[in-house]
Design a protein around this ligand. Structure first.
Ligand SMILES: Cc1cc2nc3c(=O)[nH]c(=O)nc-3n(C[C@H](O)[C@H](O)[C@H](O)COP(=O)(O)OP(=O)(O)OC[C@H]3O[C@@H](n4cnc5c(N)ncnc54)[C@H](O)[C@@H]3O)c2cc1C
Length: 432
């Protein structure tokens, strides 16, 4: 078997296949680690270290002789041969090909977004964002006049879980850590703006969760711009469709996802978000032996609607695809994917979380939801060592209110041209 991608879906699939005698698996990933995306925002806001949320793929499968890990970028899929070709030209083929290549950001053709906004979809993104956040504080500390250029103004695009969690954590970082560590800087001038085209935060959650998230973020000083589109992003500003211009040097993009480029190769059927359309048993129509799972796939639910791009869907679809591959090999029928919905949750900064538990969405807020969040995330993380490290970091943060790894290690993301006034000629109708 050949599996492209060692995220939740790919790992879920291989863990099941690896237990089977006579099965050999080649896992190909552009990274040598499995990353835990739900906690990227904590790396970006210096709560967790990068190593807490990344786990070596080789280590993960070191006790499975039948799993071979290859580091490489898959450039092309050939469904008819159930093979893939890497950017370097190497080719890998199998009896089954599983595409589990995840997502990439979707900037929805917003002018300037790809060039100037910082997405949050990979560990690389998280470390770049961390460096940018730290650099704007350092720059403002060297020269407080930069506050007029929006040095301490942060704009988060997207009111889904990624944007809400990041905005909450950033507000805590500023209020609890930066105010103490940057004694000579007017940290109270810092502003966080959250912009979303929709009229509510945390779309997939209930109405009371929408209100709870808005209340908590409001309390933390986050200014909400709901029902407003971002019309343009430049090196020193964000323009909104309502005419406002916000001066900023740090724009975070959590505005949406789409399928990665590799999904467009091999002429596989594609649908919403450029994702690969699969049949209920996770196979691709017209491509025998080819499966697509997790974020890269539009997996139809019982009502015909595609399941959302969630870690739990990815993990379960991976294990399910493995069962179907084994059934195929044994000459048994494949089964339609059945998703066990255990609920959804989001953390909106210190002690404030929302959990909607089970398919009936029993709603929890505050400390109970926070405890549930801790338990679920710790149990989903890969590796005992990572869990212990994360708990030490969380505990340290909770009791001392001092962040851990405030490491400015990405000069590429921290390089900012402060000498130019980068706000466009058009003066703002209103400057929030
Ligand atoms: C910031 C953020 C927060 C989130 N929070 C939550 C949450 O709280 N709860 C939840 O359930 N879900 C959450 N999600 C969604 C969840 O993380 C994803 O649904 C899940 O990671 C999808 O798993 P996957 O295996 O399909 O893809 P991924 O985890 O993205 O893995 C894809 C893998 O494929 C590799 N890859 C991609 N293209 C290639 C290529 N061409 N060649 C080689 N390798 C390649 C990548 O390196 C990666 O390792 C969050 C996502 C993000 C970005």
């Amino acid at each position: 078997m050949v599996v492209v991608g060692g995220g939740f879906a790919g790992v879920g699939c291989i863990k099941r296949l690896a237990r089977e005698d006579g099965v050999t698996v080649t896992l190909i990933d552009r990274h040598n680690y499995h990353q835990f995306q739900p906690l990227l925002y904590q790396v970006a806001t210096s709560q967790l270290a990068s190593s807490d949320i990344a786990f070596s793929l080789r280590k993960l499968f070191r006790n499975h002789e039948n799993v071979d890990v290859k580091l490489g970028e898959v450039a092309e899929i050939d469904p008819s041969a159930r093979s893939v070709t890497l950017a370097g030209g190497e080719r890998f083929a199998g009896d089954a090909l599983v595409v589990a290549a995840g997502s990439r950001p979707n900037f929805f053709r917003t002018p300037g977004a790809e060039e100037h906004a910082l997405p949050l979809y990979s560990l690389d993104d998280a470390t770049r964002l961390r460096s940018r956040i730290l650099e704007v504080f350092e720059a403002a500390d060297r020269d407080p006049a930069l506050l007029d250029q929006g040095a301490l103004t942060f704009v988060v695009v997207g009111g889904g879980p990624t944007g809400v969690e990041l905005a909450g954590a950033l507000a805590d970082l500023i209020a609890e850590t930066m105010t103490i560590e940057y004694h000579h800087l007017a940290v109270s001038a810092a502003r966080i703006h959250l912009v979303d085209l929709g009229h509510t935060l945390l779309g997939p959650f209930s109405d009371s969760a929408h209100d709870y998230a808005a209340k908590i973020l409001g309390r933390k000083g986050v200014r909400l711009h709901l029902g407003v589109a971002v019309s343009e992003i430049g090196p020193g500003h964000v323009s909104l469709a309502d005419g406002a211009t916000i001066r900023t040097r740090c724009v975070v993009w959590g505005g949406g996802i789409q399928a990665p480029a590799v999904a467009a190769t091999g002429e596989l059927p594609r649908g919403r978000g450029g994702r690969i359309e699969v049949q209920p048993d996770l196979t691709v129509a017209g491509a025998p032996g080819v499966y697509a799972i997790g974020d890269v796939a539009n997996i139809p639910g019982p009502d015909g609607q595609a399941y959302p791009q969630l870690g739990s869907v990815a993990l379960q679809s991976g294990a399910w695809a493995a069962e179907n591959i084994l059934a195929d090999a044994a000459g048994k029928p494949r089964k339609a994917f059945h998703y066990r919905d255990k609920g959804i949750m989001a953390m909106i900064g210190r002690g404030a979380a929302i959990a909607e538990v089970g398919a009936h969405r029993h709603e929890l807020h505050g400390a109970i939801a926070f405890s549930a969040w801790l338990g679920v995330h710790a149990s989903l993380m890969t590796g005992v060592r990572n869990r212990i490290d994360a708990f030490v970091d969380w505990g340290w943060d909770y009791f001392t209110r001092a962040r851990g790894p405030q490491v400015l290690d990405r000069p590429d993301a921290a390089a900012i041209h402060w000498d130019e006034d980068l706000v466009p000629e058009r003066e703002p109708a209103a400057t929030p």
